[in-house]
Design a protein. Structure first.
Ligand code: FAD
Ligand code: AMP
Lengths: 319, 247
């Protein structure tokens, strides 16, 4: 059986978990078995409806003390569920929760872990999973040699498909330890689309000259329902907040569309965005390295080009 | 208080990524090796700052690697570690590396174990969590702030779309990222001093691995950029809508 960890925050199952569920369901089909989910904490969502992502059953531990993540507590519960259900493969999203829990579970179950998985396993000769390495510049094919296996899937790397099915929801009784990590508070950027989950990202670099020109980025982002990002020097000089910094030392993202305005495309910047499906570059220098990594580009002055692009998108959206 | 910082060796961020021996090995010729940036800039520098505020802190470094790790270990000592331990083992998987670090940590009785959020070559984001499970310690990943008062640590960690502030009793394992500290350059006194600081080499305790690298692939080359004339940016919007179907 393939067990999928359903991650939740603020009462809702995260989109990245639906992706993990679809991936788990497909893998189960390949292995001739079924996929089930495990959900810790309380949610407002209709859990049975996760069946549409291919899960036959969801084990729930609906205890409100689990609404905050303590990786140690979570690991022990998931390990109990693995034992009770006889799961052999456990799937996580490689998001903030997955990064905290999957490695612990790997040690607890002595299950080989492939984190940052980019594709379904190859079962033709053992169990080999492709993962991103060298910050998106390459892939490694990793053989998992243990009986139990854990995969943490890169967010935005597997298509979500729905079947309309419903999952059987079964409460799971687990021993729940007291959390050793106490959550003193959370602060979330409100009214903005979180960068790590955005399908479209509009990003600006030093070519925009100063924070006063950022409406060229934010106006387009607002029209496209996109998140905003920036290069490292832009965050370092406080033109933009630090959480927008993408690249080797910032956030690594993989949206469907990444629009880079006035960014040169240094290798360390590319390391954070090269997994984007479509890359658009607007830069006045035809020699800017970013063009080599781009799908579409305009060689031109952002201050002239961007207002026209914004107008054209406005027209498109109102058509 | 005793702090252990886990230091790994990675290719420089600008290194050309290529593979040898039928795509089974990283082509290391001409590659510059550095301390993994997250380990150096964030975990190590934050540990040094804590030590600067409290001289009674012992700051140890651990690396699992071959003799070729020694230059990066010496650099970490030059920045401010007190002593280092190298577990003489190569080509192990994450599980094995974590087991080695956990064995060192168990012997040393550390209050705080810091790692980087990930290595920039393997991108596992795994070693810290694995070490914590081996040691039955709490684990906080992707931390951007860390303060210690007495036996309690206050940690800010990144979550999707924001951050969370946690309080936890020591001992704890924390993986560190941007925000925690600023990059430093070792000074001459540090570099001279590092030559005589203890660097202990021990043989690996654990041998088991759970995974192995079969081969590497490079991503398919991009088809090449489609350039749209600057005087007709409307065409770009049309292409993104009709051809790429992304807006
Ligand atoms: C270890 C290490 C880690 C790093 N990590 C990161 C990281 O995580 N993220 C990151 O972004 N960087 C990182 N860097 C820095 C990186 O090397 C580059 O310095 C940085 O990405 C450059 O930012 P930029 O493209 O905004 O600025 P610049 O390199 O100054 O480029 C500005 C670009 O704007 C163009 N331009 C100027 N005016 C206009 C105009 N009017 N219209 C259109 N285009 C215009 C220019 O042609 C140029 O290409 C790292 C560096 C190191 C050494
Ligand atoms: N060989 C190693 N020796 C010491 N520490 C390591 C080693 N490999 C990884 N680490 C630590 O574990 C962190 C996460 O590594 P990874 O799980 O490979 O992404 C790194 O940032 C280091 O702090």
């Amino acid at each position: 059986m393939v067990l999928v960890f359903l991650d939740q925050a603020d009462g809702h199952i995260k989109k990245s978990s639906f992706e993990a569920a679809c991936y788990g369901a497909k893998l189960a089909e390949m292995l001739g078995t079924t996929a089930e989910g495990i959900l810790l904490g309380t949610v407002n969502d209709d859990v049975a409806s996760t069946g549409t992502y291919g899960l036959k059953k969801v084990h729930t531990v609906a205890d409100a003390s689990l609404n905050n993540l303590d990786a140690q507590v979570y690991t022990k519960i998931i390990a109990q569920a693995v034992e009770a259900s006889g799961a052999d493969v456990i799937i996580f999203s490689h998001n903030s929760s997955g990064k905290a829990i999957a490695p612990r579970l790997s040690v607890r179950l002595k299950a080989g872990l492939v984190s940052g998985a980019a594709a379904l396993p190859d079962l033709s000769n053992g169990f080999t999973v492709k993962k991103t390495v060298f910050s998106g510049k390459a892939f490694a094919n990793i053989a998992v040699n243990s009986a139990k296996k854990i995969i943490a899937l890169n967010p935005n790397s597997y298509d979500i498909t729905t079947t309309g099915g419903t999952a059987e929801v079964v409460p799971f009784t687990a021993t729940i330890d007291a959390a050793r990590v106490k959550v003193a508070g959370t602060s979330k950027v409100t009214g903005e689309i979180p960068l790590s989950e955005a399908e479209i990202v509009v990003s600006g670099g030093r070519g925009l000259k100063g924070p006063e020109n950022w409406n060229l980025v934010t106006d387009l982002a607002a029209l496209l329902g996109a998140a905003t990002a920036c290069s490292r020097p832009v965050a370092d000089t406080h033109w933009r907040p630090h959480h927008e910094h993408v690249g080797q030392t910032g956030l690594a993202i993989a949206p469907n569309l990444y629009i880079a305005i006035g960014i040169s495309g240094a290798i360390q910047h590319l390391a954070g965005v090269n997994r984007s499906k479509t890359i658009v570059v607007i830069n006045k220098d035809p020699e800017a390295p970013f063009f080599k990594a781009a799908d579409y580009g305009i060689v031109g002055d952002a201050f002239e080009v961007m207002p026209k692009i914004i107008d054209a998108v406005k027209k498109l959206k109102s058509a | 208080m005793k702090i252990l910082v886990c230091i790994s060796k990675t290719p420089d961020t600008t290194a050309k990524i290529a593979f040898a021996d039928n795509n089974t090995k990283f082509a290391a010729d001409g590659v510059q090796w550095i301390i993994n940036p997250y380990d150096e800039w964030y975990a190590l520098v934050r540990a040094i700052e804590l030590k600067e505020a409290d001289a009674s802190i012992a700051l140890h470094l651990v690396n699992v690697g071959g003799a070729d790790s020694e230059p990066i270990i010496r650099k970490a000592l030059a920045l401010g570690g007190d002593e280092a331990i190298r577990v003489n083992s190569e080509n192990a998987d994450s599980y094995n590396i974590a087991a080695q670090i956990a064995a060192v940590a168990k012997d040393g009785g550390y209050d705080l174990i810091l790692t980087g959020k990930e290595t920039i070559d393997y991108n596992g984001s795994s070693i810290g969590g694995m070490v914590a499970e081996f040691l039955d310690m709490p684990y906080i990943s992707n931390a951007s702030k860390l303060d210690v008062q007495g036996t309690e640590a206050t940690v800010v960690r990144e979550i999707e779309g924001g951050e969370e502030t946690d309080k936890v009793q020591l001992p704890v394992v924390i993986s560190c990222q941007k925000g925690m500290a600023e990059q430093r350059i070792p000074n001459m006194r540090g570099i001279m001093g590092a030559r005589t600081k203890p660097l202990k080499v021990i043989e690996p305790a654990a041998t088991e691995t759970l995974t192995s690298v079969v081969s590497y692939d490079l991503p398919p080359a991009k088809a090449g950029v489609k350039l749209v004339p600057a005087d007709n940016p409307e065409e770009l919007v049309r292409l993104l809508h009709e051809e790429a179907k992304v807006i």
